[in-house]
Design a protein around this ligand. Structure first.
Ligand code: SF4
Length: 877
């Protein structure tokens, strides 16, 4: 540590801290226009100059590290004069169009000019007259207002990794530009806007919509992916005007992706459902809440009375809050007496459950912000740029700032490979064999961690035997990866010193997920890359509250807190809490529910926020199953493809219109706060569940999300400390957090969660033999600009990505004589779909890619409930 004085105040800070940061710690404000805690120091604006006693001249505080005994003065006449001159120099070319500038009220230049009283200018010069770029739907670039602080260039490089912007020209002609001055062609995350201290970069959705001081701001959690970024939603007159992020809040610390910052437009879409609908004479017509609720409560009651609870099922979306998901399964189990409950297709969470078997907990072992501190990152089947952009930024920071080694393991040439030390393109579905192969090499080369191995590990000898077939030579043949690349990856990972494994899950999960998570856990265990900071295994869930849906027991065989339905004692404990009985036997999962519906065994189906017709495999089968259900009730924000088949449709609120919590993919339980009211008669899912529970005579019906959380704290022991008051800090805790005085657990298997919980389990690779009739592999997955199908209702996102397309590798396209944009018929053994092709080097030879967001050409006609890797053939139309 280093001790110094700043304006007479003594402060002690870690060695390497810059004077600017030390001043902050001492409570002394030093102005700056080019410094941001998300970025490395740069020293462009020279406003932070200070004086050091005993040294001539002025020094920039942002760029000079502290030294013991330093005496710094931040407010001497020389310092103030220098800052005024610096501001005058900036104002030579800067336009004084403050009345129409969107940055008004938050412009750091304006504030400093005011603070330093710069009323006139010694220097004269021409104002800039450069063209304004407003081609992108989200970002306006006004170079005339640019002060060349370089923060947009740096965040785009250091954090986003896109390198879209750079300094162009020299001297007075210097500006920030793109290659050849073309319009922006980037990820449109808008992080450049977030660091711009003036009005040079603006949020186009916000442009001239409101003055910043008129906004009412609410901190909540993004409703898209499992990162769980904190959003600050600005509203005026019950309408969202802009979304931004605070630098000191949440896991994202000021950064957002395009969906989080700009993907909110669907909330005000004119097609939002605003009243309940009931099918009358074959048509859905508006009804009152009383009529619709009574119809549904009575409908399910009748089925329960005549057929029993086994004829009822429920499917919920992992986009709901914990409180809603908990209440949903309680309603189904306690009131309608069924364990036929599931979420996310019933297969997206296999990797989590596998991790529970291996490591004791069904979740990522570490915290996201430790990824940037890792030395080696194995990104297995992760297209992070598309699915979890803020995690991609963690990886970019690790690679760029710490020279971490990134090993990309994928079947496509994804964007992430740009940062990779090693890019392993493997045959689809062979990741398990590859990870087993790495474990084999690590064992053979004596790279296993002896200290860690000595502390436990159960099952090691048996597991070692299962590895015998995964010699590098065998694995090279299975995966199509060279032996030398396998050895390099194994050595990198084992030697770390700190290595992480990232695995993405979600709608694109396959039948290999379970074994994949096991193989990853085995690797981490044998190398000691677990139970410590900056290491571990991450399961990156696709949807915002996928972790919460599991924690809350929205599964056919697990009650809240991962208690098996057939665990009598635990079931009884829950029954006492609910004052209702719970069916004894595990229920059916999503696929089985649809199969049972097809067989006429499921009479009543309650679907909340899910759209199986677009999101589940085998669309044709799903449609038939849904059409067979006598009483289909759907709750959604829009009249989705599934909702349009229902007998009753309830209009639901979006994440921005409700209270509750989401649990992100690093186990962090975060507060969701209402920023605006739902439109017209739409209601929160929790409100609807409560009305149905009350109408059905449930004995305990908590009144609010807060009250439900109080019950969850009792039902789920590792949520015991998650009282709302505790979740109001800058960064809320991660579970396990068993009590109010517990700080939460950033790293699993430390201290009170001992390593003894972990064990080696065989991760069996199942070969998928070639199918000669279907020569191409088909990978379906998300793209950056969409998440599920909700984002399709945001016009800006839709403009960036309008329709489905099939990525095909150029040599494959040439062989088939296909042109860019040509329509083809894709056929699998489950169905067919028409889609246009795009020639792309992001595909791989023999491997096609199809985004799965779209109802037309989305790929779920082609994939099967066997969850095998897709196989298709392609015909010209
Ligand atoms: Fe963050 Fe994910 Fe939302 Fe993007 S979509 S802002 S990465 S939570």
């Amino acid at each position: 540590m280093v001790t110094l004085t700043i304006d007479g105040i003594q402060v002690t800070v870690p060695r390497g801290t810059m004077i600017l940061e030390a001043a902050k710690a001492a409570g002394v404000k030093i102005p700056t226009l080019c410094n941001n805690k998300r970025l490395l120091p740069f020293g462009a604006c020279r406003l932070c100059v200070v004086q050091q006693k005993g040294r001539r001249g002025l020094i920039p505080a942002c760029f000079n590290p502290v030294r013991n005994g330093m005496e710094i003065l931040t407010n001497t006449p020389e310092v103030i004069k220098a800052r005024k001159i610096q501001l005058q120099l900036i104002l030579i070319s800067h336009p004084l169009d403050c009345p129409v500038c969107d940055a008004g009220g938050q412009c750091e230049l304006q504030n400093l000019v005011y603070e330093y009283g710069v009323a006139d200018n010694l220097f004269k010069g021409e104002k800039a007259h450069l063209p304004v770029d407003h081609v992108s739907p989200f970002i306006e670039r006004n170079p005339n207002r640019c002060i060349l602080c370089g923060m947009c260039v740096r965040i785009c490089d250091e954090v986003v990794g896109a390198n879209e912007l750079s300094f162009v020209n020299r001297g007075w002609k210097t500006k920030i530009g793109t290659d050849f001055d073309r319009p922006l062609q980037c990820e449109f995350c808008g992080n450049c806007i977030s660091v711009c201290p003036v009005g040079a970069l603006n949020d186009r959705l916000f442009l001239h919509k409101a003055r910043v001081w008129d906004l009412q701001e609410t901190n909540t959690i993004c409703g898209y992916c499992g990162v769980g970024c904190t959003l600050t939603i600005g509203t005026k007159d019950e309408k969202i005007k802009r979304v931004r992020a605070e630098e000191n809040l949440g896991v994202n610390q000021g950064n957002l992706c395009v969906k989080g910052r700009f993907g909110w437009e669907y909330i005000h879409h004119p097609e939002r459902l605003t009243a309940p609908l009931i099918r009358k004479n074959g048509t859905l017509v508006k009804s009152s809440w009383e009529e619709a609720l009574e119809l549904v409560a009575k409908g399910f009651q009748e089925i329960k009375d005549t057929e029993g609870g086994k004829a009822i099922a429920g499917l919920a979306s992992p986009r709901l809050t914990n409180e809603e998901l908990y209440t949903f399964q309680k309603l189904l189990r306690g009131v309608w007496q069924t364990n036929n409950i599931d979420h996310a297709g019933g297969y997206s969470y296999a990797a989590n459950l596998a991790l529970q078997e291996s490591l004791g907990w069904a979740a990522s072992t570490n915290s996201f912000n430790q990824i940037r501190q890792a030395d080696v990152i194995l990104a297995v089947r992760c297209d992070l740029s598309a699915t979890h952009p803020i995690i991609k930024s963690e990886v970019v920071m690790a690679v760029k700032r710490r020279k971490a080694k990134l090993v990309v393991i994928n079947s496509r040439h994804i964007y992430l490979k740009k940062f990779a030390s090693l890019d392993l393109i493997l045959k689809p579905g062979t990741e398990v064999a590859l990870l087993n192969g790495l474990a084999y090499i690590i064992g053979q080369e004596g790279l296993a961690n002896p200290e860690f191995m000595a502390t436990r590990p159960e099952g090691f000898a048996q597991w070692q035997k299962t590895l015998e077939q995964y010699t590098p030579e065998n694995v090279a043949v299975i995966c199509g990866v060279s032996v030398s690349a396998l050895k390099e990856a194994a050595r990198l990972y084992a030697r770390g010193p700190n290595s992480v494994i990232l695995i993405a899950t979600g709608q694109a999960s396959t039948k290999h997920d379970w074994a994949l998570a096991r193989a990853a856990a085995n690797l981490a265990l044998m190398t000691g890359q677990i139970g410590k900071e900056n290491a571990g295994v991450f399961i990156l869930n696709e949807k915002n509250n996928a972790q919460g849906a599991l924690d809350m027991g929205v599964t056919p065989h697990l009650l809240p807190g991962y208690v098996l339905v057939d665990n009598v004692n635990e079931r009884k404990r829950l029954e006492k809490l609910w004052q209702m009985s719970i069916p004894e036997n595990p229920g059916k999962g999503a696929g089985e529910i649809l199969q049972a519906a097809l067989n006429g065994e499921i009479k009543g189906l309650y679907i909340v926020g899910e759209n199986p017709l677009v999101n589940y495999p085998q669309a044709a089968l799903t449609k038939k199953a849904l059409e067979k259900v006598d009483f289909l009730v759907v709750q959604d924000c829009f009249l989705s493809e599934t909702a349009s088949l229902a007998q009753v449709v309830f209009p639901a609120a979006t994440f921005a219109e409700k209270e509750g919590t989401f649990t992100n993919a690093e186990r962090r339980v975060q507060r969701v706060r209402r920023a605006l009211l739902p439109p017209e008669e739409a209601q929160t899912d929790l409100w609807i569940f409560r009305q149905l529970a009350k109408l059905s005579g449930a004995p305990v019906v908590p009144n609010s999300a807060r009250e439900v959380m109080e019950e969850i704290r009792v039902a789920v022991p590792f949520y015991g400390g998650m009282a709302y008051e505790k979740l109001d800090g800058l960064l809320s805790p991660q579970w396990p957090c068993p009590g109010l005085d517990h700080p939460g657990t950033a790293v699993l298997y430390e201290k009170e969660f001992p390593r003894g919980q972990a064990r080696f389990l065989a991760a069996e690779y199942v070969d998928e033999p070639p199918e000669t009739d279907y020569p191409f592999y088909l990978i379906t997955g998300p793209v950056l600009y969409h998440s599920g199908s909700l984002s399709l209702r945001s016009p800006g996102l839709k403009q960036l990505f309008k329709e489905s397309y099939l990525q095909i590798y150029p040599t494959d396209a040439h062989q088939l004589e296909l042109r860019e944009g040509q329509e083809v018929l894709l056929k699998s053994k489950y169905g067919e779909t028409k889609v246009k092709v795009t020639l792309s080097r992001q595909a791989a030879p023999g491997v096609l890619f199809l985004p799965y967001h779209f109802s037309s050409g989305g790929g779920n006609e082609l994939t099967g409930w066997d969850l095998a890797i897709g196989r298709v053939k392609l015909e010209k139309v």
